[in-house]
Design a protein around this ligand. Structure first.
Ligand SMILES: C[S@@+](CC[C@H](N)C(=O)[O-])C[C@H]1O[C@@H](n2cnc3c(N)ncnc32)[C@H](O)[C@@H]1O
Length: 172
């Protein structure tokens, strides 16, 4: 019995360490509202059968909306095991064409994406900017919630519902 408790404690400290690491290096977990997500997809003109990628998918809410309401093929990348589990449960229960993967977004090749969504800290976006330039294919779109790319002017910026945060669209 004690062995089982030790195993659970090790597992919990391992998953918590990864979650804290992700929060410090890239972004802590904060969920976008459903309204913001829908506005982001309209802004990116997300089409049926397109490949949608959420970089740091949190609870998987974006994936379900992209899948069920926009008929896209949705893939979420998530490094935190806690949030990955929520995403996987959401995809299993509510998704048709969506999946959440245990991946570091900095290491995943983005070339399959038609539309990318990011809700990350400004510091991590400056690290990612070159990756986007290199890997996103011509015709793809990226929508950033709250923080824009530091060195590139957005093609369009909107402030949905008069909320403080903005959505930034980039065409590649
Ligand atoms: C601000 S939340 C956004 C969640 C979701 N995209 C949304 O808008 O509701 C950022 C997410 O990125 C995840 N994350 C942080 N670093 C990551 C990394 N290197 N690779 C994958 N996911 C990461 C965090 O665990 C967190 O769930």
């Amino acid at each position: 019995m004690i062995f089982l408790w030790i195993l659970i404690a090790i597992l919990l400290s391992f998953t918590t360490t990864i979650t804290v690491y992700a929060a410090i290096t890239t972004s802590p977990y904060l969920a976008s509202s459903k309204e913001i997500i829908r506005e982001a997809f309209k802004l990116a003109d997300l089409q049926k059968e397109e490949n949608f990628l959420d970089l740091g998918c949190g609870n998987g809410r974006t994936l379900i909306i992209a899948d069920r309401e926009f008929s896209a093929h949705a893939i979420g990348l998530e490094i935190s095991p806690h949030h990955l589990l929520m995403s996987k449960i959401n995809c299993f229960l509510f998704g048709k064409n969506s999946s959440a993967l245990w991946r570091d977004l900095h290491k995943y090749n983005l070339s399959i994406a038609d539309v990318v969504f990011c809700f990350l800290t400004p510091k991590s976006l400056s690290r990612l900017e070159t990756k986007f330039e290199k890997e996103l294919k011509p015709g793809s779109r990226a929508v950033f919630y709250s923080s824009p790319l530091p060195n590139r002017i957005p093609d369009k910026t909107i402030k949905p519902f008069d909320k403080a945060s903005k959505l930034f669209l980039y065409r590649f």
